[in-house]
Design a protein around this ligand. Sequence first.
Ligand SMILES: *[C@@H]1O[C@H](CO)[C@@H](O)[C@H](O)[C@H]1NC(C)=O
Ligand SMILES: *[C@@H]1O[C@H](CO)[C@@H](O)[C@H](O)[C@H]1NC(C)=O
Ligand SMILES: *[C@@H]1O[C@H](CO)[C@@H](O)[C@H](O)[C@H]1NC(C)=O
Ligand SMILES: *[C@@H]1O[C@H](CO)[C@@H](O)[C@H](O)[C@H]1NC(C)=O
Ligand SMILES: *[C@@H]1O[C@H](CO)[C@@H](O)[C@H](O)[C@H]1NC(C)=O
Ligand SMILES: *[C@@H]1O[C@H](CO)[C@@H](O)[C@H](O)[C@H]1NC(C)=O
Ligand SMILES: [Fe+2]
Length: 449
Amino acid sequence: MNLFYLLMITCVLQIIAIYEIVLANEIQDSLGNLTTVHYQPEQVHLSFGEQPHDIIVTWSTVDDPGDSLVAYGENEEYTRLARGSRQRFTDGGSEHKSQYIHRVTLNNLKPSAKYIYNCGSSLGWSAKFAFRTVPEGSGWAPHVAIFGDMGNENAQSLTRLQQESQRGRYDAIVHVGDFAYDMNSDNGRVGDEFMRQIETIAAYTPYMVCPGNHEERYNFSHYRNRFSMPNDWENLFYSYNLGPIHFIGISTEVYYFLNYGMKSLIFQYNWLENDLKQATKQENRAKQPWIIVYGHRPMYCSNTDNDDCTHSETLTRVGWPFLHAFGLEDLFYNYGVDVEIWAHEHTYERLWPIYNYTVMNGSQAEPYRNPMAPVHIITGSAGCKEGRDNFVHNASYWSAFRSQDYGYTRLRAYNATHLHFEQVSDDQHGAIIDEFWLIKDKLDTYLSL
Ligand SMILES: *[C@@H]1O[C@H](CO)[C@@H](O)[C@H](O)[C@H]1NC(C)=O
Ligand SMILES: *[C@@H]1O[C@H](CO)[C@@H](O)[C@H](O)[C@H]1NC(C)=O
Ligand SMILES: *[C@@H]1O[C@H](CO)[C@@H](O)[C@H](O)[C@H]1NC(C)=O
Ligand SMILES: *[C@@H]1O[C@H](CO)[C@@H](O)[C@H](O)[C@H]1NC(C)=O
Ligand SMILES: *[C@@H]1O[C@H](CO)[C@@H](O)[C@H](O)[C@H]1NC(C)=O
Ligand SMILES: *[C@@H]1O[C@H](CO)[C@@H](O)[C@H](O)[C@H]1NC(C)=O
Ligand SMILES: [Fe+2]
């Protein structure tokens, strides 16, 4: 009996002793600094480099793992290793939260090939991802999903886009400005979470972007640091060829945030003119007959929110007041740009071919067959916490179709003569609520017709 009690007491004492050690450790931890390290890659996303067979892999770690590597290869084998670099990016908010953005370019990949990859360093590797490179040349039919204004909250179209991307539906995804709402919010945490949300798309399909007004904080630093577009002007404007399309991404924001200086505006305009000159050289336009520009803020719109596009002298359209310098409508018209895609309005709107408020249909019966001016599309309804925008009651004469449904646009460039657009409504479970063919019977543009 005595022995039993003795054992019981020893046991209890021992349990108390262990508990005290645990407690003491916890107290010590809370007095000293509990440290975590974060070398594990996250927010992985792809983009096209200088040409679509160069793929840039971008990701984030909080701490510096000392290396930026991508292991990759065909046939499910990691046969190659590419090394890149990383940059410390510090948010402009009160916590000065910082992270390392890693960039590695995989050069000269094989056309029409399936690659697997993971990214990281000896201190941690990402999950295994895969992507398919695009075919060679311009004789294939790229399929692209396009939308703007997608936030962290109420990203309604994202789920459908995730499923479609995972099933290999698109060759590229274009997000026409306004991310996360906003990437800088909560000391950058909203941006981090948004970039994690889109990883399911963007780690498998190149995710091409341009800046919107919601990226303005700290001189667009979140936008400039988190993405990796081709060109070295900090992702603000760039161009690339995809099959028969010459895509040009621009910043409309350089017209609105003059507080950051006018250098970007002037530089972009000159760069644009030069890029259009190159793209419209006969040998280039023969390969890429379609010139498609995307930027965030529209030149025309029939919404009620008093945004600049609701006024007739839109800054991007006519340029600076009085001087009328740097206006984009004339520039795009004079180089025969085919399509201009915008967002910012949380709606979808398709316009008849238009120049300077004059509708220039190819013909009354077939307005989009050999149109005499660019076609504008506004697709800013992917879904964000600001909700939908409203339309004025009566659409203007230049407006062909409007919808307030959340959704996104699909573009398929079948060949040198046929482009097809369709608008997916997420509210209507993926129904196509609008579609049209843009047809050019000759390689010539409306300028020479
Ligand atoms: C804990 O962190 C603070 C602030 O970074 C630092 O000043 C302090 O010296 C650290 N204390 C210990 C025990 O490492
Ligand atoms: C903002 O960034 C642009 C582009 O890098 C630069 O030219 C400009 O000087 C910056 N403005 C300010 C106020 O920092
Ligand atoms: C555009 O239309 C306005 C108003 O009709 C006119 O004053 C202006 O000269 C036109 N601009 C061009 C470049 O044709
Ligand atoms: C352009 O075509 C559409 C569709 O046929 C038509 O409703 C519109 O009136 C036309 N506009 C002009 C100026 O011809
Ligand atoms: C819309 O157009 C109709 C028919 O032309 C007209 O009766 C009505 O007053 C217009 N409504 C507005 C708000 O302009
Ligand atoms: C281009 O694509 C369209 C749509 O698929 C097709 O009808 C047309 O015949 C094609 N043209 C050429 C030259 O292949
Ligand atoms: Fe916007």
